[in-house]
Design a protein around this ligand. Structure first.
Ligand code: NAD
Length: 270
């Protein structure tokens, strides 16, 4: 089988550069090119050379349509508006989009669902295998412990992160809510400040820390009056996300159109 040509949207970003290296190192994959936002210095350069690899002739485009035309699949870790545009391009060409961008609003997620009528889209706030296992465990622990335990989700990321709480923290909150058979939107307390009053039973709280170069730490706490369980995941470097994203692109090859998650890619039952 020919190599899967994978393009990287936002290829000069922190995740973009990690992804280019991951694609080059993965058997069965080839760098198909990249994109960057208008005016970026990387546009016109060789995508592989951008990360210190031997040039392959795959370019960094300014036009995402050109990237989709040059590739079988595009991996996108950019910004919500760009990801929605990329989903429409994937839909028009019936191609694969692996969307890792976080901070999408509900209407932007709805746009991804619409695009997935004709495109094969894998969308996940966290592409790491470990975090996806933690999501499963969180749901089970929330169900087992029941309402006597208060649930809080704590996360820390590097100082450049623009959205809060992280997409992964929200996904962990949704997993805990699912374990309790409630909707996260109805019980989430996303920030606290000032005279908040006592904690309401059943709330799921979030706390956000930002600083330094932390790749991503998440803890789900279950606290009762007499004991506490803490489930923690710490990302050591960005390759755990890029290897998951490339694995998702290979998995999506030949799959029917639809909106999938990492639980589908990893074969976990919901
Ligand atoms: P970053 O700022 O380092 O990189 C983003 C890149 O996208 C930049 O180079 C930027 O110029 C480029 N970009 C922005 N708009 C664009 C457009 N319209 N067209 C082309 N390129 C465009 O950020 P990052 O740390 O790499 O994170 C990017 C996103 O990925 C964030 O939403 C982050 O939360 C998310 N993320 C997800 C996972 C996951 O596993 N799903 C893991 C890490 C980061």
């Amino acid at each position: 089988m020919a190599d899967l040509r994978i393009g990287v949207a936002g290829c000069a970003g922190r995740m973009g550069q990690t992804l280019l290296k991951q694609i080059a190192a993965t058997p069965g994959c080839a760098i198909g090119g990249g994109t960057e936002r208008p005016g970026h210095a990387a546009i016109g350069q060789d995508a592989a050379a951008l990360v210190g690899l031997k040039a392959t002739g795959a370019r960094v485009f300014y036009d995402p349509a050109a990237l989709f035309d040059a590739c079988d699949a595009v991996i996108d870790f950019t910004a919500p508006e760009a990801t929605v545009r990329h989903a429409a391009l994937a839909a028009g060409r019936r191609k694969i989009l692996i969307a890792g961008t976080t901070g999408l609003k509900p209407e932007q997620e709805q746009a991804l669902r619409m695009a997935a009528v004709t495109a094969t889209i894998v969308y996940a706030a966290n592409m790491s295998v470990g975090v996806n296992v933690l999501l499963q465990v969180t749901k089970q622990v929330a169900a087992l412990l029941g309402p006597d335990f208060d649930i809080e989700v704590l996360e820390m990321h590097h100082k450049h992160k623009v959205d809060a709480p992280s997409g992964t923290a929200l996904a962990l909150g949704r997993a805990a809510a699912a374990g309790r058979k409630v909707k996260l939107d109805e019980v989430a307390v996303r920030a606290r400040d000032g005279i908040t009053g006592a904690r309401k039973a059943g709330d799921i709280g979030f706390a956000t820390l930002r600083g330094g170069s932390v790749v991503g730490d998440h803890t789900v706490m279950f606290a009762s009056d007499s004991e506490r369980i803490e489930l923690t995941h710490k990302a050591q470097d960005r390759s755990l996300f890029s290897s998951g994203a490339v694995r998702a692109a290979l998995w999506a090859r030949g799959k029917p159109a639809g909106l999938y998650g990492m639980n589908d890619v990893l074969g976990f039952k919901d």
